[in-house]
Design a protein around this ligand. Structure first.
Ligand code: MSP
Length: 532
């Protein structure tokens, strides 16, 4: 596990070719959870997302919409900002590949690679998938000539192109994989890269196009625009000011070995990040990222959710009906980060009900009601481990915190949240074990009852704090109900037994009302266009 104190985490930059869907929201939300978790624990974290605005497809879509490409992307990118606001995404910067800060530097990067003799002018003939903007080899498209990524027909294309010499850096890349086993995870992705792309023989990568003009021009030969992936991948460094007059952020979040660099990507774009991006960085003599974490893709029932297939879930109506926290929680908790998963209305409702309404919500409700009933609404003073169960729940809580932190640090976000959920289940069970209603009948058991109430309140506080990066709104409502002052809502206080002594609870509205499964499943199915 890394001991670094500073973090730079990035999402892929999304294509503004159409509106974003819940699949894009998934990546960004998970990165946001990571960033918020780090910041909450006192680390410095720089979180970047953005838009990948060039390419043939965008040029084509803009034309169809009767707009210039720039007008077209401006409109869509406005929608990106709106969605990230609604989802409470806490990014520090938003890069657009049409911004001057990016364009100029990408041209410089290209010139540098040309000078280094990493790039040469040649002619390309291959199978081109317009949808994915990628060329493929004979083996990759197979006899049916279908794009291995999107399964659409590809066409033979030939053009004068610049090529990047991939084999120049291949040995170095393989050594890097070997020396850095955490670089590309889950590890199955590394094997996939080696077996599918590297072993069959890497071809030089075509890095320019002349067949369309919506891209960054090559200064040395302006009829060429730079291949969209060379343009896009460099966003991770241009956003930090690499190659500009002010490289302060770049030094701090990229060059400094004390900063951990993490790219989170979907499985569909692993090849570009795991093979070409490290090579481009080698060309520039720059450090490579510490981690590329590949998450799985959200399927709709059995097929990949994607704009081009038209089977997407729009996040807005979900957020409007269930609140941003429930949507964030579902995405992070239900679909194991790193594996493929399906978006399912049944599981959405079940997850909200079991974890949020029945476990956490119920725990809060019961506890606050009992503190009101037995102690006039004042959390009793902490007096150590009074009942035999107190020590057990205290040590369980400490174990949960430790595992949660380790899992979060390793980007095992789903597992980290599952553990917090275990703590809230454990605390509910603690109520049954200690039977406060029986203790309340016996004046001699007053201290025990007080201790039980304290430990319950403390468990809720810990759950609220550990869930805070996900439940960005409700965590504060939990703290409100426990009467915790702003200044005490600090992460380090989860170890501070005593912090809640004497606080006045405030029974607010029910945090997560139980959803009526039949009604809500139908509502979501309608959103997904099922049963129509
Ligand atoms: N512009 C490129 C990325 C360049 S990064 C230097 C691109 N953009 S995209 O708009 O197609 O977004 C791809 C990313 O969006 C995926 O890698 C993934 O993180 C996310 N997702 C898009 N559809 C998704 C699902 N159905 N499920 C999960 N994530 C999905 O590729």
């Amino acid at each position: 596990m890394s001991n670094k104190k500073r973090f730079y985490i990035t999402t892929p930059i999304y294509y503004p070719s159409a509106k974003l869907h819940i699949g894009h929201a998934y990546t960004t939300t998970l990165c946001d959870i990571y960033a918020r978790n780090k910041r909450l624990r006192g680390y410095e974290c720089y979180f970047l997302t953005g838009a990948d605005e060039h390419g043939q497809k965008i040029e084509k879509n803009a034309k169809a919409a009767g707009k210039t490409p720039q007008e077209f992307v401006d409109g869509i990118v406005e929608g990106f900002h709106k969605l990230w606001d609604v989802l409470e995404i806490s990014n520090d910067d938003f890069i657009r590949t049409t911004q001057d800060r990016h364009v100029k530097v990408v041209q410089d990067i290209f010139s540098k690679m040309l000078k280094n003799d990493d790039i040469y002018l040649g002619e390309y003939e291959g199978w081109y998938c317009k949808e994915c903007e990628a060329f493929w080899t004979d083996t990759q498209v197979g006899d049916e000539h279908l794009c291995p990524d999107c399964n659409r027909p590809v066409e033979k294309a030939k053009e004068e192109s610049y090529f990047y010499k991939t084999n120049k850096y291949l040995d170095k890349l393989l050594k890097f994989y070997d020396d850095n086993p955490k670089f590309l995870t889950p590890v199955s992705r590394k094997n996939e890269m080696i077996n599918t792309f590297i072993k069959p023989g890497l071809e030089d990568l075509c890095v320019s196009r002349t067949s369309f003009s919506w891209g960054i021009q090559i200064r040395e030969n302006p009829k060429h625009v730079i291949y969209v992936w060379l343009d896009a991948l460099t966003n991770y460094i241009t956003a930090l000011g690499y190659g500009s007059d002010n490289e302060e952020k770049f030094k701090k979040f990229w060059q400094d070995p004390d900063c951990e660099i993490i790219h989170v990507i979907g499985a569909d774009i692993t090849r570009f990040h795991a093979i070409y991006w490290p090579m481009f960085l080698m060309s520039l003599g720059l450090r490579l990222p510490d981690r590329e974490f590949v998450h799985g893709l959200l399927m709709m029932r059995d097929s990949k959710m994607s704009k081009s297939k038209g089977n997407v879930v729009d996040p807005y109506p979900l957020i409007e009906r269930y609140g941003v926290d429930a949507v964030r929680y579902y995405l992070a908790r239900e679909i194991n980060f790193g594996s493929d998963g399906s978006f399912s209305p049944e599981q959405f409702v079940e997850r909200c009900n079991s974890d949020l309404a029945n476990s956490l919500g119920n725990l809060l409700n019961r506890t606050v009601s009992m503190i009101i009933k037995y102690f006039d609404g004042v959390i009793p003073e902490y007096k150590g481990k009074v009942t035999p169960f107190d020590g057990e729940i205290e040590s369980f809580t400490e174990t949960v915190i430790k595992s949660y932190e380790d899992l979060m640090d390793d980007l095992k976000i789903t597992d980290a949240l599952a553990i917090v959920n275990e703590l809230s289940n454990r605390a509910n069970k603690y109520i049954d074990e200690t039977t406060p209603w029986a203790l309340a009948k016996d004046e001699a058991k007053k201290d025990e009852l007080a201790s039980v109430m304290y430990h319950l309140a403390m468990s809720i506080f810990v759950c609220g704090m550990l869930f805070k990066p996900v439940l960005v709104k409700s965590s504060d409502r939990i703290f409100d109900q426990l009467g915790i002052a702003e200044k005490d809502r600090k992460y380090e206080n989860i170890h501070n037994y005593g912090v809640l002594s004497g606080l006045k609870v405030d029974k607010g509205e029910q945090l997560f009302p139980r959803l009526d499964a039949a009604v809500e499943v139908q509502f979501i199915k309608d959103l997904m266009g099922e049963n129509k």
